[in-house]
Design a protein around this ligand. Structure first.
Ligand code: ZN
Length: 387
């Protein structure tokens, strides 16, 4: 039986995550540690310890989530949902900047009310509402990117990259040639990465052994990717509480919107119970016919909730094969931060165990490498005012 375990990864040397974007020779670096890197290291460790025969059985028992940059072992940083917005002119959290908020619940109530015939004086438009004694900002908003943590206050977290110029040695002549200089951009050994692993009790010890022995990412043979791994205590609100709060705030927003609609006669409460499914990593989704899609196709045991709202975009996905030091084929996928909202008639039609199972299993393909990692009712959706 798998259970959710939080793990922190502290880099002891730069981590090389370089990836080659399709159709260009441009080298970029991811800004988090995808679970696939850990799975790859575990596989390599088993091969090196002459346990190839156990790879299939062991990796079936473990699902790796993704590890996001944080500044403390017990602080889980998560990506902003695509619906969160910040001021274009003064991006960032208050009080240093103009604040960040999430537009999902307002957009959801607006769309649902429009569906039942409500009309509004102006189309939905989000402007920066920051004001001080001198002026109101009223500026344009942009999608908030990256990761945040909440200790006492919200804080954005990011990572530091370092570039090192390497000299390729011509093995035959054993000389360094000028045209053989190349540069490696890697994550600096700073801060800590925190994320989830779903494993049976006791498997974390094996993961720790493997990852610390092999290292993660590319160029491990040249000293890159040395890390320390630890089990970590992270406090996360239970799903039921998150879903209930999501609906409470939706009710408040709904009421505010009905009061500004130009026509009347609409229920001043949502006619159903809602929850969101938020992607913490890219997902590889397929429809019933096996064709790529951007919509999740969930296996519900009970009543099937209705998908009523989508905010997402597509992305290229490639895999990393540690054994070969190569990228695997590229897929089209749904990007990190994508948001899906589902509706059921009332709270009793929702099974919280079912939602827990979805978080445990993830959605789509290659979930054991960190793809399709989800969070039900991302806590940032509660921030309907700029924070
Ligand atoms: Zn502003």
């Amino acid at each position: 039986m798998k259970e959710e375990i939080f793990v922190s990864i502290t880099p002891k040397s730069p981590i090389y995550l370089g990836e080659i974007k399709p159709n260009t020779s441009f080298l970029s670096s991811k800004n988090y540690l995808p679970g696939g890197l850990l799975l790859g290291a575990l596989g390599e460790y088993l091969v090196r310890s002459k346990r190839e025969g156990e790879i299939r059985e062991i990796t079936k028992k473990i699902r790796f989530g993704n590890f996001f940059p944080s500044r403390g072992e017990t602080l889980w940083a998560i990506p902003f949902p695509v619906t969160s917005l910040e001021c274009k002119r003064e991006p960032g959290f208050k009080p240093k900047s103009h604040g960040i908020f999430d537009s999902l619940l307002v957009s959801l109530a607006y769309e649902e009310l429009k569906n039942i015939g409500a009309k509004f004086p102006v189309p939905l438009d989000f402007k920066c509402r920051y004001s001080d004694s001198n002026s109101n900002c009223n500026g344009r908003m942009d999608r908030a990117l990256g990761f945040f943590i909440k200790e006492k206050n919200y804080e954005k977290v990011s990572l530091t990259r370092i570039s090192q110029t390497k000299v390729a040695i011509n093995r035959r002549r054993n000389t360094a040639e000028k045209e053989m200089l190349y540069s490696v951009t890697a994550l600096a050994p700073k801060g800590v990465f925190v994320g989830r692993v779903w494993a049976a009790n006791g498997e974390v010890e094996l993961i720790k052994e493997a990852i610390e022995a092999i290292g993660i990412g590319g160029l491990t043979g040249r000293g890159y990717g040395k890390v320390e791994l630890k089990e970590s205590e992270v406090r996360v609100e239970p799903i039921e509480k998150r879903v209930k709060e999501f609906n409470e705030i939706l009710r408040r927003v709904w009421k505010d919107l009905t009061s500004i609609s130009v026509n009347s006669g609409f229920p001043n409460e949502p006619q159903g119970f809602y929850f969101s499914l938020d992607l913490l990593s890219p997902a590889i989704l397929r429809d019933q016919n096996g064709l790529p899609t951007l919509k999740p196709n969930l296996n519900w045991i009970g009543t099937k909730p209705e998908l009523v709202f989508i905010s997402n975009s597509s992305t290229f996905i490639s895999g990393w094969s540690t054994a070969w030091g190569l990228y695997k084929e590229t897929y089209m996928g749904t990007s990190m931060g994508s948001v899906y909202v589902f509706r059921v008639d009332s709270e009793k039609d929702i099974s919280y165990e079912e939602l827990e199972r979805i978080e445990l299993e993830g959605i789509g393909e290659r979930t054991n490498e960190g793809f399709g990692e989800v969070l039900i009712c991302h806590p940032f959706h509660k921030e309907v005012e700029q924070v």
